[in-house]
Design a binder for this molecule. Structure first.
Ligand SMILES: [Cu+2]
Length: 139
């Protein structure tokens, strides 16, 4: 099945307790609240990220919001075996969130350590004038 990146629509969610773990996490919740944030939800009906592929404008913080009854985590795929680890959370409890500071443009695959079938992708795009190919991955 092909997932269209363009389907992504940022959602406005009420402020929740935020878990800050890794070195790349934002230093304060205020930094998240003051500007646009890309929110990614955890789905309760199936253990997936929503949207599974998120299009993120460069300079935008990303926040994962857990409104499910289960804990989930967010870990960049490279954190498993490489030294470079752009972002990594511990288990994010229900009604909590995890935020990271804006990332450089690129493709970031990540997963949930608690549910190995949970996989997500961030596509951080550059300046608005930059032509960005719509990537469609089926993974
Ligand atoms: Cu999970």
């Amino acid at each position: 099945m092909i997932r269209a990146v363009a389907d992504f629509i940022p959602r406005l969610l009420p402020p929740l307790a935020t878990v800050f773990i890794s070195g790349t996490a934002l230093s304060s919740p205020e930094a998240v609240a003051s500007g646009p944030v890309i929110d990614i939800a955890f789905q309760s009906s199936a253990p997936y990220y929503d949207p599974p592929v998120a299009l993120v404008p460069m300079g935008t913080p990303i926040r994962w919001v857990n409104a499910t009854a289960s804990a989930h985590s967010v870990r960049h795929d490279a954190c498993i075996e490489e030294e470079s680890c752009p972002f990594q959370s511990i288990a994010i409890p229900p009604d909590s969130s995890f935020a990271v500071a804006p990332l450089p443009p690129g493709r970031y695959g990540y997963h949930c350590e608690l549910h190995p079938i949970m996989r997500g992708t961030l596509l951080v795009i550059g300046a608005p004038s930059t032509q960005v190919k719509e990537e469609k991955h089926d993974k």
